[in-house]
Design a protein around this ligand. Structure first.
Ligand code: ZN
Length: 408
């Protein structure tokens, strides 16, 4: 069957590499692939006129949780909603990400491998949604962040989107189980966190040996390993044991040499600044510990990112979407936050395109607009290089050559 040829006429193209925009240019899409950027093209089947718009690669959110959508009562969701129900809300949530221009999301720990099911159903065309990079269940220890800290006589093995295991051999097995069922990466919940009642975000809960065993299994299959780390010591142990991406990195600035170590090892930072914002009107209904921990994290998170930028760490955009007050579809607020922290608008766009694709290990397929890449293309009105908030309204979305949102 002949592939449909679509010619996009763009007012400007920001290609995701960080290069200056191409004015009044074109992109040719054949089937699901970009076959040319710029130049003249013969007889396309369809012409899409985006000459009043700026065209960019589909954006990527490197850290989302799909069965939540910013609700304050997330413990109720974990303990009372079935996997079937959570899968349905997950579908709605990732569709909101897609319609906001985020054509790829990395899901960082979901119950019962629902993220892997969602990924496969989207890939096979059963349902519409963004490209999903899935971690399966996250891996944590007894008393770690993703442990729900329930009463001693109440057992709940999956924790906050993950498995609770102890010792290197259980870690190895937990990693192998995720990979067996199709996880693209493994996620370790190394330090304490904000959303859990117990534990200290600054403290590491996993041992070096446990991290090492899980990372070995991921790397053996050429998959990546990510570590949730607020505190610097957890990040240090993780990076030493070969972890590829540090999630959050809130308190890295307390031990800046860890950032130097990340630079040396080539680790990525996914700062999730959006998750540290707590609007006054969103506090009601949130557990006290959540409000306290989030307020403590603000400020440190910004300073950590600023030092990471100075040291040339590769920073990829991720929102932690789903966490309280942090809704799917508002993902572009992270780019605003990165600019507020000191990135140029172009650097923030690269963090959500090329650098994000490298962080996810999918840079051969997507991330920049060039010949041979999958046609994940969005368009916005105006110039996001003069006002990054323009990316919060995305009127045109194409994923793999298929149009999901069309300008009128
Ligand atoms: Zn998270």
């Amino acid at each position: 069957m002949k592939k449909e040829m679509i010619l996009i006429k763009a007012g400007a193209i920001i290609d995701g590499t960080g290069a200056a925009p191409l004015k009044d240019s074109t992109i040719l899409v054949e089937g699901d692939t970009i076959t040319s950027v710029g130049g003249n093209h013969g007889n396309p089947d369809t012409v899409i006129d985006l000459s009043e718009y700026t065209v960019l690669p589909g954006l990527m959110d490197c850290h989302v949780h799909t069965s939540f959508n910013g609700e304050p009562n997330y413990y109720d969701i974990v303990l009372k909603q079935s996997t079937a129900y959570r899968t349905l809300t997950s579908l709605r949530n990732v569709q909101n990400d897609l319609m906001a221009g985020f054509t790829t999301v990395r899901v960082m720990g979901e119950k019962s491998h629902l993220d892997i099911a969602l990924k496969n159903a989207i890939q096979e065309g059963v349902v519409a949604g963004p490209r999903i990079v899935a971690s399966g269940q996250n891996i944590t220890v007894t008393g770690g962040h993703a442990d729900l800290w329930l009463a001693q006589d109440i057992q709940y093995k999956e924790g906050l989107g993950g498995v609770i295991v102890d010792g290197p051999e259980e870690f190895r097995k937990a990693a192998r189980i995720q990979l067996k069922y199709g996880a693209d990466l493994i996620k370790l919940v190394v330090t304490g966190g904000i959303m859990s009642a117990g534990g200290d975000p600054g403290m590491p809960y996993h041992s070096a040996e446990e991290i090492r065993a899980a990372v070995e299994e991921a790397h053996r299959l050429h998959k990546k390993a990510a570590a949730h780390c607020h505190g610097a010591e957890g990040a240090r142990i993780s990076v030493e044991q070969g972890v590829d991406t540090i999630e959050h990195g809130t308190y890295l600035i307390k031990e800046p040499d860890v950032i130097d170590l990340m630079a040396k090892k080539g680790a990525f930072l996914v700062p999730t600044l959006k998750a540290t914002i707590l609007h006054e009107d969103e506090i009601e209904g949130l557990p006290d510990f959540y409000v306290r921990k989030t307020r403590e994290a603000q400020g440190y998170a910004i300073k950590s990112v600023q030092y990471a930028m100075k040291k040339g760490i590769r920073i990829a955009a991720g929102t932690d979407a789903g966490s309280p007050g942090n809704r799917h579809g508002e993902n572009a607020e992270e780019l605003e936050m990165l600019v507020k922290a000191g990135m140029t608008e172009m650097e923030a766009i690269v963090a959500a395109t090329r650098t994000a694709s490298e962080c996810l290990g999918i840079q051969n397929d997507v991330g920049v607009l060039e010949k041979g890449k999958r046609a994940d293309i969005i368009a916005v009105r105006g110039d996001p290089l003069s006002d990054i908030s323009i990316l919060k309204t995305v009127p045109f979305v194409m994923k793999e050559g298929k149009i999901f949102k069309e300008v009128s």
